[in-house]
Design a protein around this ligand. Structure first.
Ligand code: FE2
Ligand code: FE2
Ligand code: FE2
Length: 184
């Protein structure tokens, strides 16, 4: 079932645009972190870049019946600085999604009875909360000139759930099996 209502469709397109830009931005910021000698912060960016790809793809799929050309307006953070500055950009972007964008989009999808969009927005909202916390932790450590300590960053390919160094038997957000997680 694809999206039916115009406002939820607009929100899906905007969220698709925002997630797509976050995906690319985190790849660039991850490379910058590696260049500064922070390979694990680089890994965190790379893994979360993949989570944003999962979100973009979920939103795109919900729009499958809206076949047309659109100009998409979507918020994004711009700028290439050092890793402390880039992490601040990442924190700002994630908090915008957690505190404003996804709660509003989610309530709209619920109000309009858009079950697929509701699911897609819910998955993204839950992952962005985790991303904001992880980027805050990374920034605190980077400010002291150190890299994060971690072995792996693991991403659920269904919803983008993000967890460091251990995978639950089932994704706490979407229920996907442990074996499906993608490890960075
Ligand atoms: Fe996302
Ligand atoms: Fe995120
Ligand atoms: Fe999941």
């Amino acid at each position: 079932m694809s999206v039916q209502n115009a406002m939820t469709a607009d929100f899906l397109r905007s969220a698709y645009g925002g997630e797509s830009m976050a995906h690319m931005r985190y790849i660039a910021w991850g490379k910058q972190a590696e260049n500064e000698g922070f390979p694990n912060i680089g890994k965190l960016f790379k893994a979360i870049s993949y989570a944003e790809q999962v979100h973009a793809t979920n939103h795109f799929k919900e729009l499958n019946a809206q076949v047309s050309d659109y100009t998409v307006a979507a918020g994004a953070v711009f700028g290439m600085g050092n890793s402390v500055a880039n992490l601040q950009g990442a924190i700002n972007g994630e908090l915008h999604e957690v505190e404003q964008m996804y709660p509003v989009y989610l309530q709209t999808a619920k109000f309009q009875g858009e079950k697929g969009a509701e699911r897609s927005f819910h998955f993204a909202l839950e992952a962005e909360k985790l991303h904001a916390g992880l980027f805050k932790k990374a920034q605190e450590i980077a400010k002291e000139g150190n890299d994060l300590e971690l072995k792996s960053v693991n991403i659920c390919p269904i919803c983008g759930h993000t967890i460091i160094d251990g995978i639950p038997d089932h994704c706490p957000v979407c229920g996907a099996k442990k074996e499906l997680y993608v490890t960075f």
